[in-house]
Write a protein that binds this ligand. Structure first.
Ligand code: F6P
Length: 329
């Protein structure tokens, strides 16, 4: 964990990468705790894009009114290819220095944290990260802001699909988000009683899924739900439906939940997590700690060096898949 000694008077806050419900609650906590500690807080629009384009403006207590319950991010977000180049980062650092921003809070995922780590390493701008992504795939934190809401959003949809699946005796394949990680799929699958769950980390095959469905039919089951993460392994939802049809003759309906999982009002759990993490990020900067992310270990908040966070991968739990499969008999 890095330390810096200069006194900070003005901090910047930004959201970056895919938005996640609860990001607004985190911004609110940064602004209100910062102002309570006599800091000036500035918002940077559109993440690193706005840092390069100099979209930096002061935030006041009242700007935070009525946002704790809102999904999305009032600061907007972005994915910046320019910031991946050294010249882009130099431009961003010049803008921050011109605006007299002494330190930053970055709310985002691992790509955003790689950028934050580079800002400290190359330009000595102190940054503390707050993990905000529905994917929950950030090493060093049990939970990320937005995951709980996304799981509940997907679960609500799956419960509805189960009603119609049962009425028509149908097989459904429901695709949830998570290109590289199966956290949403495994949690939603377990909580929604799915017959089979495909995740990038798991090793389920189409053949195994077909066997399980046939066994279930043999036991008198008339409808089934398969959950798949949007990763390519062993295929996207329509590919899986095709493969099942070709290999077994069974018809499968497909439902892709998509970006609705990224929106909506954050759950209480996400609002509380975001509020605690945002406050802890400001507190860490005031104590002179930087180049870290605020994570959770159980209920406890922890500080994890960004270098560790970005160099390691967090994999979803395979034991949830086997439990779901036992429980869905
Ligand atoms: O990282 C969050 C996430 O929603 C992933 O689950 C998904 O693969 C990706 O973002 C989609 O990104 P975009 O909105 O840029 O298409």
């Amino acid at each position: 964990m890095a330390q810096f000694s200069q006194k900070i008077k003005r901090i910047g806050v930004f959201t970056s990468g895919g938005d996640a419900p609860g990001m607004n609650a985190a911004i609110r906590a940064v602004v209100r705790v910062g102002i309570a500690q006599n800091l000036e807080v500035y918002g940077i629009q559109n993440g690193y894009v706005g840092m390069i384009e100099n979209k930096i403006h002061p935030l006041q207590l009242r700007d935070m009114a009525n946002i704790i319950q809102r999904g999305g991010t009032i600061l907007k977000t972005g994915r910046s290819s320019e910031f991946m180049k050294a010249e882009g980062r130099t431009k961003a650092a010049q803008n921050l220095k011109a605006a007299q921003i002494d330190a930053l809070v970055c709310i985002g995922g691992d790509g955003s944290f790689r950028g934050a780590h580079a800002l400290w390493e190359e330009h000595q701008i102190p940054v503390v990260g707050v993990p905000g992504t529905i994917d929950n795939d950030i090493y060093g934190s049990d939970k990320t802001i937005g995951f709980d809401t996304a799981v509940n959003t997907a679960l609500e949809a799956i419960d509805r699909i189960r009603d119609t699946a049962a009425s028509h005796d149908r097989l459904f394949i429901v695709e949830v988000m998570g290109r590289n990680s199966g956290f949403i799929a495994s949690h939603v699958g377990l909580a929604g009683g799915a017959e089979e769950i495909f995740t990038p980390e798991g090793n389920t095959t189409v053949e195994k899924a077909i066997d399980r469905i046939k066994e279930a039919i043999g036991r008198g089951k008339t409808s089934s739900i398969l959950i798949t993460a949007e990763g390519q392994k062993p295929g996207r939802a329509y590919d899986l439906a095709d493969a099942i049809r070709k290999k077994s003759g069974m018809d499968a309906k497909v439902c892709i939940l998509g970006h609705q999982q990224r929106g909506g009002s954050p759950t209480a759990a996400d609002r509380i997590l975001a509020s605690r993490m945002g406050a802890a990020a400001v507190d860490s900067l005031l104590k002179g700690y930087c180049d870290i992310m605020i994570g959770t270990e159980g209920e406890r908040l922890v500080q994890v060096p960004l270098d560790l966070v970005t160099k390691n991968e967090k994999k979803s739990q395979l034991d949830l898949l086997s439990l779901a499969s036992i429980l869905a008999t």
